[in-house]
Every structure is written in C-alpha cells, then in structure tokens.
Design a protein around this ligand. Structure first.
Ligand code: PLP
Length: 374
C-alpha cells in the first residue's frame, strides 16, 4: 500500500459517500425532472442532499447550487457577475487558485480592471492590503479561505468586512477549508462561496456554489430550468448525494482531524532540521494543519516526487493541477528559482498514520541525499 500524502489534490471516496451513491448508479437512475414516482424519488434525493450540504455550510438549502466542481462555481461567480456589467474593477488575493486567476485574466483581456493583492512572504493576504486595493468601482472581491499549495489560511471574515464596506460582492473559494477549518457561510461573510466534493471524501466532478439570498447571480449554463434556472443540465443525483454524505462526515470530524493533524505536523516539519537547505513555505501558525509545503533547495522537486512515487510515497510538487509547471503561487510569495524548483507539498488525510509519516520522512531524506550526491 502506498503512503498517500496528497489529500489537497484529491481524497479517497469516503465509505459513507460510496454507500450513499451506490443505488443511484444502478436501479435509481430516473431523471429528477420526471413525473413518475421513481423520478419524484430522485428529485427528493437531490433536495435532501441540498438540505444536508446546506446544514454543513450554515446556509439555506435554496442557496446551494449544485454544479460540476469548484472550477465551475468560481468561473460562474466571476464571469456571470462581471459580464452582467459594462466594466469595473475586481480584486483578488495574489495566491488564488488558477480557477480564479484564469477567469480574472480573461476578464482583464476584455477590458475589466483586475488587481491581484500582493501576498506576504507566507502567502498571507491581509485585510489592509485588500482595503488599499479596493476602489469605488470595485464590484467583486475574491479570496480563498486557505491556499492549496502553501496551506496558508486567509483572514476571510475581515476581508468580507472590507468588501462589504466597499460595496463589493465577496466571493470565497472555500475548497480547502471545508472539513478543515471552522468556516461557514455566516461567519465567512461571503455572498458567494465555492466548494468541491472530491476534496472532502466525495466524488470528483461535483461541487456547489452557495449564493446568498438577495445576491443576483445570472445563469451560467443555459438550457433546462434545473438549479433554479441558474445551472442547466440534468442533475448529477449520485454526485449530489455523495457530496452531502462526505461533507457531513468531514464537518462532524473536523475538530478531531484538526487535533490529529496538528499533532502529526511536526513529523514532517522535522525535515527542516534533518536536511540542510530545507525550509517551510507558508505560515507557521495560520495554516491548514494537514498541509506542509517544503522547499528543498538544490533539488528538482519533480524528480524528488517521481522517486518518492517509486517508493510508494505520493506527494505533489506545488499543486497537482500544475504538476511540472513552475508554480505561480510560489513565485507570487517571492520565492527564488531554486526554492520554487525544489518545493514539494505534503498533505495529510483523516487516516494518515504516524508510521506512514515516519516512513515518508525517511524516504525523503534518502532520496534528497542521493540526489544531492548525484
Ligand atoms: N480552489 C482551490 C483552492 C483548489 O484547491 C481547487 C482544486 O485543486 C479548486 C479551486 C478547483 O476545484 P475543482 O477540482 O473542484 O474544480
């Protein structure tokens, strides 16, 4: 069995989610839009999933819009909001995921003004820096709750206050926060909040965008009237059911997992003491407890990752979706080239064991020493 330390990339399907989804892959296949009893049951399954996910996020069921994942939700929130206007200004943190950066760059090419707020060396984007970037014409502020590569946790509630004061909508990318941080819709101050099932033990290709009551969000996918007419397409019934089941497990266990990860984290940080030229990227304390991003200067992180994979240790150089490419996040926090090229991210899951971390650590030490000798 390999040692899986890449939970920020994706997570194994939780048994609760697999069990909940199973009937919908077989006999419970009816289209929720139908009128016969099987279809009514499918519709009920989606609306129950919506209620259960809403309870996990502290919002109303009718505020939850199921979709195909957080990339879709973030694109929907940014592009549909912007394209309903003639122009204006958007503000985002300087270490946002590509699912926020790319649509903003697309908008900038079409004449919108976009400011990426410079992060601190740890990846922290302060409320003061966001406030300084806001202007009278700012109509949207986007901030991730926690960074997927660094683990750095952002001051979401404070930035929400800044956005409100500025009269802008506040979009929160809560993908890495769900099940890891005590974040919900009311405390975040979000008008729009994106989450993804596969980061919390749910299936891939399912997510949700929470749209606060009163926020006008134009439709994204046009077609049938599903998801209150804002996201057309036959519902992914199994996906919604699996997401709700997984989210419930993650939220119910959040504090227990948080304590476990906090206790285990030093096992990975120990590498900074064992190996010369190994440094922590990200924040010492304002961090996801399951995430450790380390820069191994003089080491090629892609080679290190591949060699670790051959030894059954699964980690990522930077983020999984950008494997092999230079990390824009690490560049944004001001790391120099050797640190960027040598950065590996370790991200633990609920079942990560102490012995696995110790074995992974030994493997890292051996491979790094071999690569430095070679
Ligand atoms: N935002 C963050 C912070 C992420 O980590 C990810 C996934 O890596 C996404 C957005 C995109 O999520 P999805 O895979 O559901 O499209």
């Amino acid at each position: 069995m390999s040692i899986y330390l890449d939970h920020n990339a994706t997570t194994p399907l939780a048994p609760e989610a697999a069990r909940a989804m199973e009937p919908f892959g077989r006999d419970r296949f009816a289209n929720p839009s139908g009128l016969y009893p099987e279809a009514v049951a499918a519709r009920r399954a989606v609306s129950e999933a919506r209620e259960r996910l809403a309870a996990c996020l502290g919002c109303r069921a009718e505020e939850v819009l199921f979709n195909g994942g957080a990339t879709e939700g973030l694109n929907h929130a940014l592009l549909a909001t912007a394209l309903a206007r003639d122009g204006g200004h958007l503000v985002a943190g300087g270490v946002e995921h590509a699912a926020v950066r790319r649509p903003l760059e697309w908008l900038a090419r079409r004449g919108f003004q976009v400011t990426f707020v410079r992060p601190q060396r740890t990846g922290l984007v302060t409320a003061e820096a966001v406030a300084a970037a806001c202007r009278p014409e700012t109509f949207l502020v986007a901030l991730q709750a926690a960074n997927n590569e660094l683990g750095t946790v952002q001051p979401v509630a404070e930035v929400g206050t800044v956005a409100r004061r500025c009269g802008a909508l506040f979009l929160v990318d809560a993908v890495q926060a769900l099940g890891k941080l005590p974040l919900d819709m009311p405390t975040s101050g979000a008008d729009l909040l994106a989450v993804s099932a596969h980061k919390v033990g749910g299936p891939k290709g399912v997510g949700a965008l929470v749209v606060r009551t009163g926020v006008e969000l134009p439709a994204w996918l046009h077609g049938g009237g599903q998801e209150a007419g804002r996201r057309a397409g036959t519902e992914n019934v199994a996906g919604a059911v699996g997401f709700a089941a997984a989210a419930e497990v993650a939220v119910a266990n959040r504090e227990t997992w948080h304590r476990r990860w906090t206790a285990l984290r030093p096992e990975l940080l120990e590498l900074t003491r064992i190996l010369a030229d190994c440094r922590l990227n990200g924040h010492e304390t304002l961090t996801l407890p399951n995430t450790v991003s380390l820069a191994f200067r003089g080491i090629d992180a892609v080679e290190l990752t591949v060699r670790l994979g051959e030894r059954g240790v699964c980690v990522s150089p930077g983020a999984a979706c950008c494997a092999g490419e230079r990390s824009e996040i690490l560049a944004a926090i001001g790391l120099d080239e050797p640190a960027i090229a040598g950065t590996v991210r370790f991200s633990m899951g609920p079942d990560t064991a102490l012995t696995e971390l110790q074995r992974a650590r030994s493997a890292v030490v051996e491979v790094c020493r071999a690569l430095r000798r070679g």
